[in-house]
Ligand binder design. Sequence first.
Ligand code: FES
Length: 164
Amino acid sequence: MMRDEKGMMTPELRAEIDAILTASGNDGSKLVGILLDIQDIIPMHYIPEEVAYYLAEKLNVKVSNVYDVISFYASLYDRPRGQYPIQMCESIVCGVNDNGFVFATLQEMLGIGLNEATADGKYYLECVPCFGACDVAPAVRVNGKVYGHLNSREKIEAMLAELV
Ligand code: FES
């Protein structure tokens, strides 16, 4: 499906956003879920300013309310991340299973630091709290999919190879 690479409002994206709003009943009290759903369909996985203003208008709320929600929820972002935001678990079980190896290896392989994107916008690295995949620690999550047991370079390479 055609979408502007910067996440701008193409007619197709606007139609998808309208479908999400309709499914929510255009209910401003469901703003968190609406924003999460929209963030999923934006290519760089964030809420562009143009989209925030559009939602405020459609839901009849202040744009400051939209930004209050985005800034309050750690899972919402107002800046471009990447096509594949790699969420590295920083919680205790992954910690005792050497998530430091995962952090260091991904940073070395991708040539980026924490909260940075590769130059082509493909990968973005971030740390997040436990997302419930402790049984396969150390784990990362990318666009909702969990990759576990990442305790070797080969497994990390295989994970990256899937993100195409
Ligand atoms: S501690 Fe890492 S997924 Fe739970």
